[in-house]
Design a binder for this molecule. Structure first.
Ligand code: FAD
Length: 520
C-alpha cells in the first residue's frame, strides 16, 4: 500500500507532498521558480540511482534529487532546509562509491555532485603557484581524482597522496581520509589540503584552513559529510614523476612480511613512494581486478605455493623516477633495499610502467568487470585500522582462523602499514593510538543473494576483535547506533558533537552515516 508522507520545506513557502512509491509533487513559491525549482528530479530512474550505492545492500529513497549548477544553488537548498520549522535532510552524493548508504538521504534530498560536475559553469580544476606553498591545485569537491591527475600533469605536477581507484570525488574521499600505498610517506589525502570552501549545515559559505576558521577545516576533513558540503579544496602538488618501478615480493610467513613492511616504511635515505600488501589465498587472487601483475607463466608456481601454505602474503612497493637515465640508478637502489628481506627466495617480480598507468591501475579491472556485469554486484566491504602491536594476533585469529574456516573469501584482502605521524589528530578521522598502524581491507564482491555470508563473516571478525581486545577502528565506518559511534570516536566524540552543534545544529547533512538520527 502506498504510504503518503507530507513534510514542509521552508514552512509556508515550499510544500512537498509525496506519495512515497508513486508521485512527488513539488510546489515551489514564485521567488524560487527561476533559481532552483527546476533542479529537483524525482523520476523513478533518478530516485533509484540515488537510493543505491557501490555496496548495493542498503537502499534509502530520497524525496527528490537536486541537480545544482552553481554553488549558490546548494547554498539556497541548505538555507531552505535550515530556515524551515521542519528541516529536511540533505546528502551530497559524490560518486556513490560508499558501501552502506552513507551518501543517501531517506525522505530527504540528495545533491547529485556528478551532475554538478557537468553543469558547473566556473573552472573547477585550476593549477597555481605560490612562493610560500609552491604548486597547488584548486579543485571542486564534485571533481573526480582522475581528472585532477590529468589536469595537473599538463603543468608537470601532481598531488602526492592518492586512493587506489581514481574515479572517486574529491569531496567524497576528503570526507573519509583518502588512503593508499602513498599514505605512509605523504599522509592521507586530508593532510595534503591547504584550504577548503565549505557550505555548512546553516547554509553559510565559509573558506577555512589551518589558520582561518580552523575548527571547521579540521571538522570537515575526515568528517563523514557531517559539517558541510565541500565545494573547493586547495591541494598541494609536487613535480610529477614520469615512470614507476613497481615490485611484488611473496612471503609465506606473516611475521616476516609485516617486519619487512614496517622496515620499508621507516627507512631514512632512499625512500619508497608507495607500499601496500595483500593476501593470496586462491587462484583468483593472483591477478585480480585491482591489478593484473604476475606473468601468466608464474601462476601455476604461485598457485601450488598457495595450496601448500593456504595463505601467501604479497608485499607490493613502488619507486618513482623522472626520466630514462635514472632507471639504472633506481634498479641499483632497489637491489640494495631488498637484500635481507624475508620473502620466498626467487619470488620477486617487477614491472616498469608510466606514472599514469600505475596510478590508474584499477581502471582496466573495473571496465572488465563492468563488461561482464560484475561491477554492480553487492560489496560487503570491511575496512579496519589495527595497531601494529596487535597485527600478529589479528593474523592468527582472523586470517588463519575465521577466514580459512569459513572459506568464502574470494575477493581481495589488503594489508599495509601507515605512520601515525603523517596524520593530524585535530581532524575528524579516527586512527589507532600507536605510531604505526595497519589498514586491512576485505574487499568482497558478493553474489546478489550470498553477500550475507560475507556480512556475517565481517561481523564475526569485529566480534572476535572486541572479545580478545584488538583495538580496531573502522575506516569508511559503518555503525548503526550512536553508542557504537561514541566508541568509534572515543575521546574525540565530545568535540565531534560540539562541532556538529556548531556547523549543522539542525542535523541536516549526510544522514546516511547514521550518526545523528534525528531525521533519519
Ligand atoms: P560518496 O560515496 O558519494 O560519499 C561519501 C560520503 O561523503 C557521504 O557521506 C557523502 O554525503 C559525503 N560527501 C560526498 N561528497 C561530499 C562533498 N563534496 N562535501 C561533503 N561531503 C560529501 N578509499 C580510500 O581511502 N582508498 C582507496 O584506495 C579506495 N579505493 C576504493 C575503490 C573502490 C572501487 C571503491 C568503490 C571505493 C574505494 N574507496 C577508497 C572508498 C572511497 O574513498 C569512499 O567510498 C568515498 O566516500 C567514495 O567517494 P564518493 O565520491 O563516491 O563519495
Amino acid at each position: 500500500m502506498a504510504k503518503t508522507h507530507t513534510f514542509f520545506i521552508y514552512s509556508i513557502l515550499l510544500h512537498i507532498t509525496i506519495t512515497k512509491t508513486e508521485q512527488c509533487k513539488i510546489l515551489l513559491p514564485q521567488q524560487f521558480d527561476n533559481t532552483i525549482s527546476n533542479k529537483f528530479h524525482n523520476d523513478p530512474a533518478t530516485i533509484q540511482h540515488a537510493s543505491n550505492d557501490y555496496g548495493n545492500m542498503v537502499h534509502e529513497f530520497p524525496v527528490a534529487v537536486f541537480h545544482p549548477s552553481s554553488i549558490q544553488d546548494i547554498i539556497t537548498l541548505i538555507k531552505i532546509s535550515y530556515n524551515s520549522t521542519v528541516p529536511f535532510s540533505i546528502a551530497a552524493r559524490g560518486q556513490g562509491h560508499s558501501t552502506n548508504g552513507q551518501a543517501m538521504a531517506g525522505d530527504g534530498v540528495v545533491v547529485d555532485m556528478a551532475s554538478f560536475r557537468k553543469e558547473r559553469k566556473e573552472v573547477a580544476i585550476s593549477v597555481s603557484e605560490d612562493p610560500m606553498i609552491g604548486y597547488y591545485v584548486d579543485v571542486g569537491g564534485e571533481q573526480v581524482w582522475i581528472d585532477v591527475l590529468y589536469e595537473t600533469l599538463l603543468h608537470g605536477v601532481a598531488p602526492v597522496s592518492w586512493t587506489d581507484y581514481l574515479y572517486l570525488t574529491v569531496g567524497g574521499t576528503l570526507s573519509n581520509a583518502g588512503i593508499s600505498g602513498q599514505t605512509f610517506r605523504y599522509g592521507p589525502q586530508i593532510t595534503n589540503v591547504h584550504e577548503l570552501d565549505v557550505i555548512t549545515g546553516k547554509g553559510d559559505f565559509v573558506t577555512c584552513s589551518n589558520k582561518k576558521n580552523p575548527e571547521l577545516y579540521h571538522a570537515v576533513l575526515g568528517g563523514l559529510g557531517q559539517f558541510g558540503v565541500i565545494t573547493r579544496a586547495r591541494i598541494s602538488l609536487e613535480p610529477a614523476p614520469t615512470m614507476v618501478k613497481w615490485m611484488r615480493l611473496i612471503y609465506s610467513d606473516f611475521s616476516a612480511f609485516t617486519k619487512d613492511q614496517e622496515r620499508l616504511i621507516s627507512m631514512n635515505g632512499v625512500k619508497l613512494n608507495f607500499l601496500e600488501g595483500m593476501l593470496l589465498m586462491h587462484k583468483g587472487s593472483i591477478n585480480n581486478w585491482r591489478s593484473s601483475f604476475f606473468p601468466l607463466s608464474q601462476h601455476s608456481r604461485i598457485a601450488s605455493l598457495i595450496n601448500k601454505h593456504n595463505i601467501l602474503y604479497c608485499l607490493e612497493f613502488a619507486k618513482y623516477y623522472y626520466d630514462d637515465q635514472s632507471e639504472k640508478k633506481v634498479d641499483k637502489e632497489i637491489k640494495v633495499m631488498v637484500q635481507g628481506l624475508g620473502y620466498i627466495p626467487g619470488l620477486h617480480y617487477e614491472k616498469n610502467v608510466s606514472y599514469v598507468e600505475f596510478l590508474n591501475r584499477v581502471r582496466s579491472g573495473e571496465l572488465k568487470l563492468k563488461s561482464q556485469g560484475l561491477w554492480d554486484v553487492p560489496h560487503p566491504w570491511l575496512n579496519l585500522f589495527i595497531p601494529k602491536s596487535q597485527i600478529l594476533d589479528f593474523n592468527a585469529g582472523v586470517f588463519k582462523d575465521i577466514i580459512l574456516k569459513r572459506n568464502i573469501t574470494d575477493g581481495i584482502v589488503l594489508v599495509y602499514p601507515m605512520n601515525k605521524s603523517k596524520w593530524d589528530d585535530r581532524m575528524s578521522a579516527i586512527t589507532p593510538k600507536e605510531d604505526i598502524f595497519y589498514t586491512v581491507g576485505f574487499l568482497h564482491s558478493g553474489g546478489f543473494d550470498d553477500w550475507k555470508a560475507h556480512d556475517a563473516q565481517n561481523k564475526e571478525i569485529l566480534k572476535f576483535c572486541s572479545e580478545v581486545g584488538i583495538n580496531v577502528k573502522q575506516y569508511l565506518p559503518n555503525h548503526n547506533i550512536q553508542e557504537d559511534w561514541k566508541n568509534h570516536f572515543g575521546t574525540k566524540w565530545k568535540s565531534f558533537l560540539q562541532r556538529k552543534q556548531m556547523f549543522d545544529p539542525k542535523m541536516i547533512l549526510s544522514p546516511g552515516q547514521k550518526i545523528f538520527n534525528k531525521y533519519y
